[in-house]
Structure formats: C-alpha cells, structure tokens
Design a protein around this ligand. Structure first.
Ligand code: PHE
Length: 445
C-alpha cells in the first residue's frame, strides 16, 4: 500500500483544484461550439437542465465515493461494491481509468493548438510573421510538435506533486481568465452583427428542446464539462478529509463551471455573427463550418481587428486557455497515477512518466488517423463512457454501498431532513433519467 497519501489542506484547496479540473477547453471551446451547432438558446436551456438534474448529482456521487473510501478510483469502487460485486466495482474503476486516458489523448492535441496560437500572436508581435503564420494554421506537423510539448509540460508539473505549484497558479490565473472574458464580451457586443448572435444564444426555440440529438449532446457536454465519469473528481474527493459537506462543494464547483461556460457562449456566439457580418463564411446549413476548428479562425480574426493590443490580448488569452487545459489534464492524469502508486507500488515520478508516455502514444495515433478517430473518441467518451460510469456511481451510492444506508445514517446523525430525499433522488430518479437518455443514444446510433 501507499506511503502517505497526498491531501488538500483546506476546503478551498479542494474547490480550486476541482474547479481547475472542471473549467477548461470544454467550457471555452466545447460549449460554444456545441451550442452554436445545436440551436443556441435551446441547447443552453437543455444544458442547464441536464446539469442541474443529472450532472450535479453525479458529481456529488463521484466525490462522495472517493471521499468515503479515501482510495484511488479503482480501489474505491472495488471497496464500495465489496459486499456484492467487488470485481464489477474494480472493472468499473478500470473503465473510468481508460476514459481518463481517452480524454487525455484528444485533449492534449487541442491544448497544443492553444499553445500554438499563444505563440503565434507572440511571434507576430516580435515581427516574425512567417513563423507566426505557420503557427496559426492547423497542420499535422504542428500537432506533432505541440501535443508532445504540452504533455511534457503537464508531466513536469504533476511529477512534483499537485499541491505546491498548480494550486496556487490556478488561484491567481483563473480570475484573470474571467476578467479577459468579460472585457472581450463587452468589446464584441458593441460590434455590428453581435445582436443576432445574442438573440440566437439567449432566446430558446422551444420546439427544439425535445430533439434527442440535442439532449444527448447537452448531456455529453455537461458530463465532460464537470469532469465526471472518469474518476478525476473521485481522486480529488479522496484527497479531502472525510466527512466534509460534499453537497455544498459540488454546488460551488457546478456553479463556477457553468458560469464560465455561459460567459464563453456570450463571447463566441456573437463573435461568430460579427465575423459573418464582416464577410467570413461561418455557417452552412445551420452547421458551423469546420466544426470547432473555426473558433481558431474567428477568435484570432477578432483579435486582429483590435490592432497591436489585439496581439497581446490574443497571446494572453490563448496562454490562459493553455493553463486552464493544464489544470484539467492534471485531474485525469491523477487517476492512473494514483492507481499505479497505490495498487502497483510505483513512485509518483515513475507513474507520471509512464502514464505520460502512454498518453503520448495514444495522441500520436489520433493525429495519424485524425479524421477517423478524433471525433469518434470524443463521442464515445462523452456520450457512452462517461454517462455509463455515472449510472454506475448512482447505483453504488444508492443501492450497493451498505445497500444505500450510508446516506441515511449520515442524515440521522446530523438530523437533516432533506438528505433522505436526496438519497432517494440519487437512488431512483437519477438512474431512471439516465437510462431514458441512454435508450435514445442506442436508438440514434
Ligand atoms: N472538464 C474539463 C473541461 O471542461 C475536461 C475534463 C474532462 C477534465 C474529464 C477531466 C476529466 O475542459
């Protein structure tokens, strides 16, 4: 077993790390792209609903399991199913671990694009125009350079342990990201065309909200954005002292994450229409051209229109995004790393390098077969694997773990009346809701 386990020193340390995991490219690249592709307001409406009804309870369940077990996700799920199905628990943990690796395999590629764009603006500022142009255009060579660079950067930080550097960094830099977002939103909303985007984003077309494709995309996006279903939040929960008020913590993380996604939508969707007004081809048949890639055209275009200041804003913005991506990859990496350390007795350093090497191989595979694999891996992870894991967490917390008595015991101890209602919600309603969505996924596929 392990030496001493890592731990967060305070509640706020946990919230910052968990929010750092949740807030990332999913909020600023994923959410606006999906919203623009799925009717804007209707998507936002369903997203908020799914977040509240399913993703928040799943986040609670995931943190709760880790916190009770004080072990890595594979061991935690095994223990949670001890009395009934220990092997099923163990394999569910391993499937989550594979999900974390899948996430890392494509996420590091997109994070590499962010790094490249940050450098592109910076080199332009220095007058190195040809380098800057090369950096701004998506290519296999650029992927081959920046994906490994990002993985290396992450590994260098993780192998030193999570607490010291990254926690303090994110506490300082994430507010800066928010300030930049607000500044950019104010700028963009004053440009011609913005009001069309604003209307599309904020006024839902309710005839669309029952569209199964939209519901599934919103659910996948909500699960991805809150980092649930791959064990990352479970590990973080296990690094926190047992018995904290997990409900409140889960609500804070969800609120922060959802707020940033909402703000990113407020920037990007109007920006798409401003760009269209300026003559750029953005939509064809109501679908974004070039899917998410387009954001990398629209944003730099927007920054360019601001002159030299724009270049500084651009390099800072993409740099902050790279950092947001880094704090997100840390929680995913921590899943296999904690498993290798605790169950396979590897040192943190060895475990980190081993995991990074496997991630590197996986991402290289994705780069080599980009058209075939990239979208597929994202879809399988967000619409199948993450929801399935969450279904399992609900079953564990509601039914398997001392047959669901833990939450009731806690309620009795603390004299809280609403906890049994919450327990029953997790036990009956959540699995049912998720299963209904799942049947739709199966039918649509
Ligand atoms: N939530 C992160 C984002 O929105 C991505 C993530 C998914 C991180 C799963 C960890 C685990 O960018």
């Amino acid at each position: 077993m392990t030496q001493t386990r890592d731990s967060f020193h305070s509640r706020i340390g946990f919230v910052l790390a968990a929010a750092g995991s949740a807030i990332g490219l999913g909020n600023i690249w994923g959410f606006p792209t999906q919203a623009a592709n799925n009717g804007g307001g209707a998507f936002l409406f369903v997203y908020l609903l799914v977040t509240l009804l399913l993703a928040l309870p799943a986040l609670y369940a995931e943190i709760y399991i880790g916190n009770q077990a004080q072990k890595n996700p594979v061991a935690a799920l095994k223990e949670a199913c001890q009395d009934t199905l220990p092997n099923v628990g163990k394999y569910a943990g391993i499937i989550g671990l594979c999900g974390a690796m899948m996430m890392l395999s494509f996420y590091t590629i997109v994070a590499g694009w962010m790094l490249a764009h940050a450098l592109s603006a910076f080199t332009e500022l220095l007058g190195l125009t040809s380098i800057s142009q090369w950096l701004a255009i998506s290519s296999t060579e650029r992927n081959l350079l920046f994906t490994p660079l990002f993985i290396l950067l992450g590994a260098a930080i993780i192998h030193q342990g999570v607490n010291a550097g990254i926690e303090k960094w994110s506490a300082r830099l994430m507010p800066l990201l928010l300030v930049m977002l607000i500044g950019l939103i104010i700028y963009i909303l004053r440009q011609p065309g913005a009001e069309k985007g604003l209307a599309l984003y904020l006024i839902p077309d309710f005839s669309q909200v029952t569209n199964p494709k939209l519901i599934i995309s919103a659910m996948g996006q909500a699960f991805f954005s809150l980092s649930i279903g791959v064990g990352g939040m479970m590990v973080y929960g296990s690094y926190m002292q047992k018995g904290k008020d997990i409900g409140k913590l889960a609500i804070s993380i969800t609120a922060l994450d959802t707020f940033i996604a909402f703000m990113a939508g407020l920037l990007i969707i109007p920006a798409l229409f401003v760009a269209q007004e300026a003559g750029l081809e953005v939509f064809s048949n109501n679908e974004l051209i070039g899917e998410g890639q387009l954001i990398f055209k629209i944003l730099p275009e927007l920054f360019n229109s601001m002159g030299n200041v724009g270049l500084i804003v651009s390099s800072c913005f993409f740099l902050l995004l790279s950092i947001a991506a880094l704090t997100s990859t840390i929680s995913s990496t921590e899943v296999p790393v904690s498993y290798l350390m605790e169950d396979k007795n590897l040192t943190r350093s060895r475990a980190t390098w081993l995991v990074s090497f496997v991630v590197l191989c996986a991402s290289m595979l994705l780069i080599a077969f980009f058209d075939e694999l990239f979208g597929l891996v994202i879809r399988v992870l967000t619409t199948i694997l993450q929801p399935l894991s969450c279904l399992f967490y609900f079953i564990v917390v509601g039914w398997l773990w001392n047959r669901g008595n833990k939450l009731r015991d806690k309620a009795l101890q603390e004299g809280r009346k609403w906890l049994p209602i919450w327990g029953n919600y997790l036990r009956f309603v959540c699995p049912l809701l998720l299963s209904v969505v799942f049947v739709n996924v199966a039918i649509l596929n």
